[in-house]
Design a binder for this molecule. Structure first.
Ligand SMILES: [Zn+2]
Length: 216
């Protein structure tokens, strides 16, 4: 799942208006922000395997530190705790921790059974929505649109940047999504790592949008 995670981050603004959209993205996409670095450092492994599922040519061979259930709970607690220590806002800290966990739940729905229970576990989970392209696009599209709707309802543009930076991000994410679907598989595993790292820019984009909007 890709834009669905950003949809959940956008939607969270309605429940917890205090954290910036950048922080909400940071949490909802946290596991996929760790993952490219773990790939590039050789700690985790991915293989290009066209047809692995209908939706993605990636075979997530080994990613227990970013994507096992146990690791997710650890990252969620750590994320919430650090936010709490900095901002002293218990409710927002809990929402951010839950956002980290939401990533794993959405991945559980989409991935084939490749999500380990804990590092070293032989139990792998995944409900395999990715076996259906149309099913994935509908469910992920609905989450994304729902998130945009809730974010727009919860905030108001302060200026033109507040409108166009948000519109630009929405268009950008949709273009990436369609290109991923229609394009050929990545050339090699290192390229996947570097492309993955560029997602940090989306987090920064979230901070930029949020700075130029006021929470209702
Ligand atoms: Zn993920």
């Amino acid at each position: 799942m890709f834009i669905g995670h950003f949809g959940v981050g956008l939607a969270a603004k309605k429940i917890s208006p205090k954290p910036s959209l950048g922080t909400l993205f940071f949490a909802s996409q946290f596991l996929d922000l760790l993952w490219p670095s773990f790939i590039l450092f050789g700690i985790e492994k991915v293989k290009i395997d066209p047809g692995n599922t209908a939706f993605t040519p990636l075979n997530f061979v080994y990613y227990p530190f970013s994507h096992s259930l146990l690791a997710t709970i650890f990252w969620a607690l750590l994320f919430g705790l650090i936010y709490y220590l900095i901002r002293k806002n218990k409710k927002a800290a809990i929402v951010l921790g839950l956002l980290v966990i939401s990533h794993w739940i959405l991945d559980l729905i989409t991935h084939r059974p490749d999500l380990p229970l804990y590092p070293g576990s032989n139990i792998f989970l995944g409900l395999g929505l990715w076996n259906s392209i149309i099913g994935t696009v509908i469910i992920e599209g609905l989450i994304f649109l729902g998130g945009i709707y809730l974010y727009i309802k919860s905030t108001k543009a302060k200026n033109k940047v507040g409108t166009y930076a948000l519109l630009g991000l929405i268009i950008f994410l949709i273009i990436i999504y369609v290109m991923n679907l229609a394009g050929s598989p990545p050339p090699d595993e290192t390229a996947i790592g570097y492309v993955g790292l560029s997602q940090w820019l989306i987090v920064l984009w979230g901070y930029w949008i949020d700075k130029n909007r006021i929470t209702e």
